[in-house]
Design a protein around this ligand. Sequence first.
Ligand SMILES: Nc1ncnc2c1ncn2[C@@H]1O[C@H](COP(=O)(O)OP(=O)(O)OP(=O)(O)O)[C@@H](O)[C@H]1O
Ligand SMILES: [Mg+2]
Length: 244
Amino acid sequence: MPVLSCHNIALELGGRQILRDVNLSVEQAEVVGLAGPNGAGKTSLFEVLSGRNTNHQGQVLFDGKDVSKLPMHERVQLGLVRTFQRPVVPATLTVGETLKAARKAFDPKPSRLRMEWVAEFVHLNSHMDTPNGSLETLERRKLMLACLLAREPKVVLLDEPASGLTGSEIDEIDLIVRKLAQEYGISVLIIEHRLELLAMVASRVMVLDVGEIIAEGPPETVFREPAVRAAYFDVPVEAAMVGE
Ligand SMILES: Nc1ncnc2c1ncn2[C@@H]1O[C@H](COP(=O)(O)OP(=O)(O)OP(=O)(O)O)[C@@H](O)[C@H]1O
Ligand SMILES: [Mg+2]
């Protein structure tokens, strides 16, 4: 049974149809990629899956339950967490204060040891006294992810974790995602424009275009499909294929 799935999702925003008949499923410990051009509806789908937007048609099932009507914080309690496209961190806090605040926000409160472990797990390089305002993009992403992992989630939704990162920084994200799935059995659904990351980590990718899934399968075949190439148009698909 998939740990997360959605069925016949349709979403309208501002009088426009943003998602149409979207179906997807993620198995335990599976890494699934979600690709598609700008404005395809990827983040909107995360809004639906995470419960930030419950004003849609169709069903979201998580861990065997219909969570379609549950708000985001209740889905977080069940173990479904997400990151946001822009790595926004609380500007007035330090790294240590942010982790402390995350610890207090969860019920039951994670142990101090758990907080140390999550910081270590994501390879947070900054000192605990570092003001969040001085963190680079990768450190911000790691800090936010550490806060979410403290909750011991079953599924993590990552919205463009590689955006704005250099090649070696993307390798760090690659490693974190692999470890989540392979060592801890956590499922990851990852939105990414950097197809080279999806080609490395995802066993399966889905491509959204204008609110509809237009292709699904292993990255090496999906990124070659004419419909996907047409949707991306100016993305160098060959460049995304590792080992070619
Ligand atoms: N609150 C809103 N009201 C009206 N339209 C919206 C709203 N939020 C998003 N949209 C529209 O929905 C469409 C899908 O947006 P979405 O952010 O889901 O795309 P995306 O695939 O995540 O794109 P990107 O790759 O640029 O992040 C876009 O046309 C966007 O303008
Ligand atoms: Mg988006």
